[in-house]
Design a protein around this ligand. Structure first.
Ligand SMILES: Cc1cc2nc3c(=O)[nH]c(=O)nc-3n(C[C@H](O)[C@H](O)[C@H](O)COP(=O)(O)OP(=O)(O)OC[C@H]3O[C@@H](n4cnc5c(N)ncnc54)[C@H](O)[C@@H]3O)c2cc1C
Length: 481
């Protein structure tokens, strides 16, 4: 095990992880941190601070932890609010999974040995994005040269665009000012190549149309995931409902670490002296005065809660929606764990039969629609007709199958709007108010609004709190260095 170059979180090396150092709970006189928000950013911050010897209170407005990566009950089904995937390059999130005993060896999550994505278009054309053991970027050469969803003249130009992405700096503000779609067209990519290859990845990871997407974030995804390390894009996902990991397991780990979890507890206000007013589950109100506050809430909530001294350019980040369409059939319709739909609103189709508790496989699919602006407000009946038809076009076995249940989960504020120019709006963890820190997937992690970004942001905020506390209290009054 080695430590992440830019954080305290354990980074997996060769699939193994050892325990995080420390972690025996807070001693007398330990500083008190209030972490606001029990999503992945807040969970990560709270765990690390507690492991570093802080007394930690975690306040979460909802009754469950996990934030935007969560599950709920619908009759006999336990349903995720939206299908979530991660990549092997998501070292911080994978570190959290291991910390929660939910890594691939636990059976609670899956990580491919090698990237392998089947793709299909409604006209029946197929392709497979598959890596070999060759070093990057040659590991994808065979897949791209044989990419059956594009004609030869498009395929012959893919390498040039991939190289251009590899040598573009995602940290350069001038890069963030450009759109991914425009950059790809300038590198000779046809609209068909953008639709049938590049946007299959960029829309799923950035949740925005390629023509509006920040080039910097797209470069981050393609470089870190696909072009720099041959293993980076191996795909992972939860094998159980997300809530079992991000709520049940996280709650157990936090409790073991001595974190005081106050769920169904909403922070109402916060001032520059760190007086925090909360409304508890029983509607009673209380005020806490911790030594540090990590505000790990969505950016619009942070903008409303933060005192006037904190600049709030991030209030302009906006939101992009993700919709999931859930279809339960009377028979298996999917012959693998997932399929990417190309030139179709059914962008990613996942078999979620097992995690929902249903027997068998392939009967219940969750279809992800990212950048769902055009569909998110459509009535269920209209969506049902569209997606039943679309799934029948993509999945031959669905044509004769009977639909037993159909429902939709809509997340209008799934991510911030990851448009050109957004990097300048994302703040770091430190604010001008002493003891007040920011976390959340929307903060300046350099990553898109993902589980990886959330965990990284939580680590950064905890580390900043720890460093500033130690600097202000050199004789040591609790927290371990
Ligand atoms: C449908 C969908 C699909 C997605 N797919 C993927 C994917 O495939 N891969 C991926 O990596 N990411 C995906 N994401 C994004 C990912 O879920 C988020 O980036 C990540 O979960 C954000 O975590 P967070 O902790 O920063 O914020 P959040 O999860 O938003 O957590 C913030 C928490 O703060 C709480 N809160 C708000 N106000 C208050 C208050 N006043 N007091 C107390 N608590 C408060 C909220 O209830 C919430 O629990 C997806 C998101 C959605 C919605």
């Amino acid at each position: 095990m080695k430590r992440d170059a830019d954080g305290d979180w354990p980074v997996l090396v060769n699939g193994s992880a050892d325990a995080i150092a420390g972690g025996t709970g807070a001693g007398d006189g330990a500083p008190h941190a209030l972490v606001v928000g029990g999503g992945l950013a807040g969970i990560s911050s709270a765990l690390i601070l507690a492991e570093r010897g802080w007394r930690v209170t975690l306040a979460e407005a909802r009754p469950r932890l996990g934030g935007r990566a969560t599950s709920y009950q619908r009759g006999e089904l336990t349903v995720d609010n939206g299908q979530h995937v991660f990549l092997r390059c998501c070292t911080a999130y994978r570190g959290l999974l291991e910390r929660l005993d939910a890594g691939p060896s636990s059976g609670l999550s899956v990580l491919q040995d090698r990237l392998d994505i089947p793709l299909r278009a409604p006209d029946g054309a197929t392709a497979r994005l598959k890596r070999t053991g060759a070093p990057a970027p040659l590991h994808l050469a065979g897949s791209l040269l044989g990419y059956g969803l594009l004609p030869l003249r498009d395929r012959s130009k893919l390498g040039r665009a991939a190289l251009a992405l590899r040598f573009t700096d995602p940290a350069d503000p001038a890069v963030d000012a450009q759109s991914f779609g425009a950059f790809m067209r300038k590198r000779g990519q046809s609209q068909r190549a953008v639709n049938r290859l590049w946007s299959v990845i960029s829309t799923a990871t950035l949740n925005i149309d390629p023509d509006a997407a920040s080039l910097a974030l797209a470069v981050k995804v393609f470089r870190t995931g696909l072009l720099e390390d041959s293993t980076g894009s191996d795909l992972g996902y939860a094998a159980v409902p997300l809530g079992e990991i991000h709520d049940t397991r996280a709650r157990a780990a936090l409790t073991k670490q001595g974190v005081d979890i106050r769920d169904a507890t909403k922070v109402l206000s916060l001032d520059a002296e760190l007086n925090v007013r909360l409304r508890a589950r029983d509607e009673s109100e209380l005020t806490l005065r911790p030594d540090a506050v990590v505000l790990a809430v969505p950016h619009d909530v942070a903008a409303a809660l933060l005192p006037a001294q904190v600049p709030k350019p991030f209030a302009e980040l906006g939101h992009s929606p993700i919709m999931n369409v859930h279809v339960r059939y009377d028979r298996p319709v999917l012959d693998g764990p997932f399929l990417a739909g190309v030139d179709s609103p059914a962008q990613w189709i996942f078999d979620r039969t097992g995690p929902t508790g249903l027997p068998g496989a392939g009967h219940y699919v969750a279809v992800t629609v990212s950048a769902a602006d055009a569909l998110i407000d459509k009535p269920v009946a209209e969506l049902r007709s569209l997606f039943e038809n679309e799934l029948a076009r993509l999945l031959p076995a669905a044509r004769d199958a009977k639909v037993e249940d159909f429902f939709v989960t809509r997340e209008k504020q799934a991510t911030f709007r990851q448009a050109s120019g957004s990097a300048a709006l994302r703040p770091g963890p430190v604010t001008p108010v002493p003891g007040l820190y920011l976390a959340g997937a929307w903060t300046a992690t350099g990553w898109p609004d993902t589980m990886e970004s959330a965990v990284r942001s939580g680590i950064s905020a905890a580390r900043a709190a720890q460093e500033q506390w130690v600097t202000a209290h050199p004789s040591g009054t609790g927290a371990r260095v």
